[in-house]
Ligand binder design. Structure first.
Ligand code: AR6
Length: 187
């Protein structure tokens, strides 16, 4: 299950899969503010990437974010044992009522945008995202997918460094929603 489109000569891909297997230069982690690991995609990335990732996250906490990484911001570590050379850690909003309010939508967009900008600043050409905030943080997939895809499309139109953005979706259900959202956005 995969769909590719071109945006200003660059690639936007949606596919079903496990992001810890991706061979993009960077993969993005849907972390929490502590940066100390957790469940879901965060747990999978730390367990496959090994202890180097957590060590670097601890240093980032000590030196840059003693109170934790604010929602919508992004930081970068190496990828440890992963195929990806880097992991970009970002924190999406918590949709406690299951609703994506205007504030939460903006924070979700920030999480994608700041991850993309950090990648570009570091000269990273290929990056893979999971569907941030749509697991434990309970944001609705349909609206969240539109924010994710729109932010990536707008970014690819402007940026000169990033050549490929992949969305790696864990279930058929989420993949199908992203596919529908992408068709609506680029029709
Ligand atoms: N590859 C790709 N996507 C995955 C994988 C994987 N290996 N595993 C899960 N997903 P979640 P959140 C999907 O809960 O909602 C953690 O405990 C999953 O199906 O991982 O942003 C953190 O530490 C879902 O669509 O992240 C935070 O405390 C998506 O990834 C909190 O969860 C995001 O689900 C963050 O919650």
């Amino acid at each position: 299950m995969m769909k590719k489109i071109k945006i200003s000569g660059k690639k936007l891909v949606i596919k079903k899969g496990d992001i810890t297997e991706e061979d993009t230069e960077a993969i993005v982690n849907a972390a929490n503010s502590s940066l100390m690991g957790g469940g879901g995609v965060d747990g999978a990335i730390h367990s496959k990437g090994g202890p180097v990732i957590l060590e670097e996250c601890k240093k980032i906490r000590e030196t840059e974010y003693p109170e934790g990484l604010p929602t919508g911001k992004a930081v970068i570590t190496s990828g440890g044992n992963l195929k990806a050379r880097y992991v970009i850690h970002t924190v999406g909003p918590v949709c406690s009522s299951g609703k994506l309010t205007e504030d939460k939508a903006r924070l979700l967009k920030d999480a994608y945008y700041n991850s993309l900008r950090l990648a570009s600043e570091r000269g990273i050409k290929t990056i893979a995202f999971p569907s941030i905030s749509t697991g434990a943080y309970r944001c609705p997939v349909e609206e969240s997918s539109k924010i994710a895809l729109k932010t990536a499309i707008d970014f690819l139109k402007e940026d000169r460094t990033v050549q490929e953005v992949r969305f790696v979706l864990f279930t058929d259900y989420i993949y199908e929603i992203y596919k529908k959202s992408l068709e609506e956005l680029v029709k």
